[in-house]
Every structure is written in structure tokens, then in C-alpha cells.
Design a protein around this ligand. Sequence first.
Ligand code: NAD
Length: 326
Amino acid sequence: MSKVIVANDCAIEAIALLKSMFANQVASITQRELTADDLKDTEALLIRSATRVNRELLSRAPKLKVIVSATVGFDHLDLEALAERNIVAMYCPSAHTESTAQLTIAQCLNLTRSLVLADKAIRKDYWRTELKRKASLEGMQLGIVGFGRIGRRVSELAKAFKMQVVAHDPYVEQDRFEQHKVKSLGLIEVLKTSDIVTFHVPLTTETMHMVNEKTLEHFNPKAYLINASRGGVINETELAVKMRTGMLNGAALDVFEKEPLKKQSPLMELPNVLLSAHMGAYTLDALEQGSMEAARKIVGYLQNGEISDSLPPKQEWAKHLIKFDS
Ligand code: NAD
């Protein structure tokens, strides 16, 4: 009987907003799959990436008008199936910029200061004997691949650490780089010249396995690689092979080809790879911002037909989106 269903983690303020607008017509169902009975009257769904919106789910929701994902990624939505049913799909592309940019800087600091290793060493009573001295961030060149919202924010934060910043993004006008005082380079030049290379691209047919055995040849062996974008951007098997042969100083990976990362992954055995569990947006602030933005979008659409940040995105790169795998 619910007009609006909140299907994943959501800030209580956002649920309160929905309840204030649609009294007794909002349900929060987060601990189990949504059944046909749950969905039979539902007009709006507020989700996160844990809910895969495929044809099967849509077939259980005959009255669905709008889906809002409180996330930046949207690869969990079958956009073709939504378009066929004329269901409006929106996302919240700005909600996680700050938290993901901060995670990227945390990864830069962790890689260069070995904080995780230091913690393990001290608990084993080794103090500093096992730790190498490494170069610190000031004066290092940070290469950003994908100069969108997160890439640009990372560039601002990196400058506070006195890093030199270069970037590669074929879809961004030159004046955007100039505004941020960031040098625009080709991909290979970024890989060759940077001390740390960080990826902030969407997953498309162009960016799929952008890091592979061929492109890894161009990295400086003393460089570090960071990926907090989408796992498919890196060919993990080829990365693991190259890292075993000492072709990179270290890597920090927040996202993986298959999540959660399996114990058998070759990445698990590499001591110079820092792993985190898709935590770019895993902060209270990011949850609140995403949830509130998504709840406002639902209210705006159901009350006034307002649409913002509709999917698929209008940008040029979205012509290369990967087909949804149900
Ligand atoms: P955005 O759309 O603002 O920026 C992406 C940029 O990548 C754009 O400027 C685009 O022009 C560029 N791009 C597209 N194709 C490219 C190519 N072939 N080569 C180089 N650049 C290319 O997106 P954003 O908000 O900055 O997010 C970036 C990525 O981070 C997305 O994949 C998003 O899903 C991911 N993300 C991850 C987390 C996490 O938890 N780790 C959190 C938020 C976002």
C-alpha cells in the first residue's frame, strides 16, 4: 500500500521529509528483497547501489513512475528497461564528491606514509624496523584521469599538500583546466610523468580496463596508483601480475571488478596494495546529503513533475555506456 518505498540505507531526516509529504504512504524496507506485494502500489522508489533495478524487479512494480538513486554511480539501473516503461530515473551526482575526494587524499597519505603497515608493525612489537622511509607528498606530481566533479575536488585538496597536478580528460574544455591551474595532458603522458595516478572516470566501453598490461608499462616503477572510481577501470589480473614484478611502488583500490572482493583474488596477496571496501561515499555526511537530495527529487517529481539529474546523463561520454548486465 506504499506510494513511496525507501529500499536501502537512508538518513532518517530524508525518511521524515517523505513521511511529512506523503503521510502513511511511505515504507522503509531495507532488510529484504522487495516483493510484488510491497511494490503493487508503489509510485516512487528511493534506492542505493545495493538495489539492482532490472526487468524482473520492474515487473513487480506496475505503478512505478520514478526511481531516484541516492548515488553517483548508476550501473545498477537498467536504463533501457526504465525508458521502455517511461519511468523517470534520477541520480545524485554531486552528493559524494567531497567524501570520495577526501578518501583519495587519505589513500595518497596512506600509500606514502605506510600507516597501515605501521599499525601492524607496532602491534607485532617491530616498532619502525620494517618500515621504509618514503618521499612525502609536497612536490610530487599527481596525475588525475577524469577531471569531473571528484577529479577537480581532488586537485584542489592536493594543492594544499603542495603537489603539482596534471590531468587527462578528453571531454573537458581547456578553460576548465586553466580555471583550476591544472595542466592537461594525454593519458600516456600522465601515466609516464606522475608520481601518483588517480582515476575518477565513469565505467564506459572506453574506460573499461583502461589500466591493463599495456598501459601499466608506461607507469614509473616508483609511482602509486589509486582507483576510487569503478573496479572495471582496472584489469585486476594484469595489475597483480605487474605488481608482483615490481612495476609499481604501490596501489590503493577502493573498488573492484566484482564486489565484495573474493578471498581468492590475486590482489589479496600483494603487500603493497591497500584495499578498502567501496568506501568513497561511506560517511555520515555523504549518506545524509545523498538521502536528502534523493528525497527532495521524489517530492519534486511526485508533486510538480520536476526532473533534475535524469539518467542517462546528457554528457558526451555517456554515448559509451556499458549495456546493463541483468
Ligand atoms: P563526473 O561525471 O563528474 O566526472 C567523470 C569525468 O570523467 C568527466 O569529466 C568525464 O569527462 C571523464 N571521462 C569520461 N570518459 C573518460 C575517458 N575515456 N578518459 C578520461 N576521462 C573521461 O563523475 P564524478 O562524480 O567525478 O565520479 C567519478 C567516478 O567516481 C564515477 O565512476 C563514480 O561512479 C565514482 N564514484 C565512486 C565512489 C566510491 O565509493 N568509490 C563514490 C562516488 C563516485
